[in-house]
Design a protein around this ligand. Structure first.
Ligand SMILES: Nc1ncnc2c1ncn2[C@@H]1O[C@H](COP(=O)(O)OP(=O)(O)OP(=O)(O)O)[C@@H](O)[C@H]1O
Ligand SMILES: [Mg+2]
Length: 356
């Protein structure tokens, strides 16, 4: 423990460590901006991959485990039907998803390996994370131990800090979008709602249980919404269920706006304290968004034993390591049935997707 003069409190993580981490993020941001501004051409086509099985079905796409016909490397291939994107007026958002995935580089974020298209689909080809969704792990274990939840939270905190430093808001933090990799570390994915923002944004999006009050109120919002969702995530990992729940979405929103929730008795007081600071209905009072920014979270007493640099460099032995028998082992993903990709003799919506 070190006495931090600026903050006048005992912390393991000092303000000086945070300043040097910020310098590291500045360098990563320059890389991100350079890649975002450039045009990347990929040589691969969807014909270069064999479909193995479906591993995920989302609102916009079906995700397949695929194997590269020449290198035999496994990937996750998100097939997004162009007709659906047009119908839902989502072309710009999909383009942003691709650009963000292509330009980010951070140990706890999913990045793009290739992008290609055919007559009917746009394909985002990603590294296959064989440990399955954090969602599946929570449901299987009923709830996670605090040390395991802390380990995952620390990585999401670092990932969000990087994204916000690059001016990207994620807007869909939830266990379904967090993948566990073979080593036991995690990767945050699904940038379907990700957006580079300059100031406020207004779109109502996200997953009801994880939506921040300021989104519901439609008054415009910023990065604060991701810190709210982090509070929900910590709660759900440890309790096994989210803090606000109702089968009727409008009633759920009322509960979120009231901000009153109960915590299980077995949750430690320090964990309850961090959740309380994140689930502050007023975004101007919420941890992560105050003057000290993410430092308030990283130096919170729940993390007093944490060495953030060791996490960043993946030097901590993960408390849980999934069973992955081989690189293409998909047994950590539930059965999803079969689906045939549609074929079209002509290229659909060619003009709308010319930039992909
Ligand atoms: N890189 C990956 N490795 C392994 N599985 C993945 C990967 N990417 C996605 N998946 C699986 O596919 C699912 C859907 O992916 P994703 O969340 O990107 O799609 P989506 O259509 O945006 O979903 P939704 O809109 O429902 O959130 C994930 O929840 C996960 O189970
Ligand atoms: Mg998703």
């Amino acid at each position: 423990m070190i006495f931090d003069k600026k903050e006048e409190k005992l912390v393991h993580y000092t303000y000086d460590s945070q300043i040097s981490h910020k310098r590291h993020l500045d360098v990563l941001k320059q890389d991100y901006l350079k890649t975002y501004a450039s045009t990347i051409k990929y040589e691969k086509s969807s014909e270069d991959f064999d479909l193995v099985r479906i591993i995920g079905v989302g609102s916009y796409g079906t995700v397949f485990l695929v194997r590269d016909k020449t290198s035999f490397a496994y990937h996750a291939m998100k097939a997004i039907e162009k007709a659906q994107v047009i119908k839902k007026k989502n072309t710009k958002q999909l383009y942003q998803e691709k650009k963000i995935l292509q330009s980010i580089t951070f140990p706890f974020l999913i990045t793009l390996d290739f992008c290609c298209k055919d007559n009917s689909y746009i394909y985002l080809i990603l590294p296959f994370e064989a440990g399955g969704e954090l969602f599946t792990l929570i449901r299987r274990m009923k709830n996670l131990s605090e040390p395991l939840a802390q380990f995952y939270t620390a990585q999401i905190v670092l990932a969000l800090e990087y994204l916000h430093h690059c001016s990207i808001v994620h807007r869909d933090i939830k266990p379904e979008n967090i993948m566990i990799n073979e080593s036991g570390y995690i990767k945050l994915g699904d940038f379907g709602f990700g957006k580079p923002i300059k100031s406020r944004t207004w779109t109502i999006c996200g997953t009801p249980e994880y939506i921040a009050p300021e989104i519901i109120l439609s008054k415009g919002y910023t990065y604060t919404v991701d810190w709210w969702s982090l509070g929900i995530l910590i709660y759900e990992m440890i309790a096994g269920y989210p803090p606000f729940y109702h089968s009727d979405t409008m009633k759920l929103y009322e509960k979120i706006l009231n901000g009153i929730y109960k915590t299980p008795d077995y949750m430690t007081p320090t964990c309850k304290s961090l959740i309380r600071h994140l689930l502050d209905v007023d975004p101007t009072k919420r941890y992560g968004s105050l003057k000290a920014g993410v430092y308030d979270i990283k130096s919170h007493v729940w993390f007093s034993e944490y060495n953030w640099a060791m996490i960043l460099h993946q030097k901590v032995y993960p408390p849980f390591v999934p069973i992955c028998r081989n690189p293409g082992d998909s047994s950590n993903f539930p059965e999803m049935g079969e689906m045939k990709l549609k074929k079209s003799p002509v290229c659909l919506f060619e003009k709308d997707f010319e930039n992909f």
